[in-house]
Design a protein around this ligand. Structure first.
Ligand SMILES: CCC[C@@H](CC(=O)O)C(=O)C(=O)O
Ligand SMILES: [Zn+2]
Length: 335
């Protein structure tokens, strides 16, 4: 660490028993950034101006200029904010996926005006629901925020999108988290430039090839794409290969941009005792693959497994029949 004051302390990181190595950090114009991105590998891009115009985004500024829109806020009884797909919850509730399949939502999704969110954040005390604002940036925000948004370094983002053959930008999500909040390990089917604006977040990533160590929920499940392993209390009897997981980690701070490649697993936590954090992410669809080359890449195999699961779920209807059919198909036959 250079002689500048260290901004965080390892005691602020949650303790996990996972084999981790550091994610590389390079200056935004270092050619190694594109080298890693072209191999679908994560990298921290330093000193870019991607969100430089948002450096002034503190809570007072946001309260003043974010407008009067309703924002999506998740409430959790603990530090985890595990994502669930509302559409898949509905399918379970109207019996589309077999009989008596239970699902309890781990968090509550509410609409909140920003002043109310900020008030609850400031007045939070132990025992209260934790809060996490996760809102797509849209035209309900005030003109100052629009101006700051337009002043993001879009040339940089567009150049990465073009150079690495990404599809269109789908979302910029504004994330305002309480200290200690955790988004548990999951993967997304989009490329992601994860731009940290305020505070520090610890990111733990695993390549798509570690699919068998991270035990994702079945595709029909509302927690599709999320790992079934609770990093705080891993059940090694149920998930023995989690012991073999080998990940990459980094702590991102203001101005850092972490490239999270499509299909890469990531667990993200706002440092404990580090105050609130503010992030804007840039999600891009993947681009059309010009030509298929063999052997297939690890993330392509994940996409194939997802399609097989979806097809089997559609024809078998009851998810409890998918496992036995796959076991019959494989055991003893494909060694
Ligand atoms: C809604 C999830 C946001 C983020 C996780 C986090 O910063 O807590 C993430 O997973 C992503 O950007 O893909
Ligand atoms: Zn994600």
């Amino acid at each position: 660490m250079s002689n500048e004051k260290k901004q965080w302390d390892p005691s602020q990181l949650r303790k996990y028993d996972i084999n981790l190595e550091q994610i590389s950090r390079y200056d935004y114009n270092d050619p190694r950034v594109d080298e890693l991105m072209s191999q679908n590998k994560p990298v921290i891009i330093e000193n870019s101006s991607v969100v430089a115009s948002a450096k002034k985004w503190n809570l007072d500024y946001l309260e003043k200029y974010m407008g009067n829109g309703d924002y999506t806020v998740f409430l959790s009884r603990n530090h985890k904010f595990k994502y669930y797909d509302d559409k898949k919850v509905a399918k379970i509730n109207n019996g589309d996926v077999g009989k008596n399949i239970e699902f309890t939502q781990p968090t509550k999704k509410v609409d909140m005006k920003l002043p109310e969110f900020l008030k609850r954040l400031k007045e939070w005390k132990r025992g209260d629901d934790r809060l996490y604002l996760q809102q797509g940036l849209n035209n309900t925000v005030g003109s100052e925020i629009v101006r700051d948004f337009l002043n993001f370094d879009w040339n940089f983002c567009n150049s990465k999108q073009a150079k690495h053959n990404w599809g269109p930008l789908t979302y910029n999500l504004l994330l305002i988290a309480m200290e200690g909040n955790v988004t548990p390990c999951h993967y997304d089917e989009q490329q992601n430039l994860f731009a940290q604006i305020y505070g520090y977040k610890r990111c733990i990533l695993f390549p798509p090839s570690q699919f068998e160590c991270l035990y994702p929920y079945p595709v029909y499940h509302p927690h599709d794409r999320q790992s079934m392993v609770d990093f705080d209390r891993p059940e090694y009897s149920k998930f023995p290969k989690f012991k073999e997981a080998k990940g990459y980690e980094a702590v991102v701070g203001p101005g850092d941009v972490l490239y999270i490649p499509i299909y890469w697993w990531h667990h993200i936590e706002s440092l404990m005792r580090g105050g609130h954090t503010i992030t804007v992410n840039f999600w891009y669809k993947d681009g059309p693959s010009s030509s298929i080359s063999y052997p297939l890449r690890d993330y392509q195999k994940v996409a194939i497994m997802r399609n097989i699961e979806k097809m089997l779920q559609d024809v078998l209807k009851d998810p409890r029949e998918v496992g036995p059919l796959l076991r019959t198909m494989v055991l003893g036959r494909f060694t």
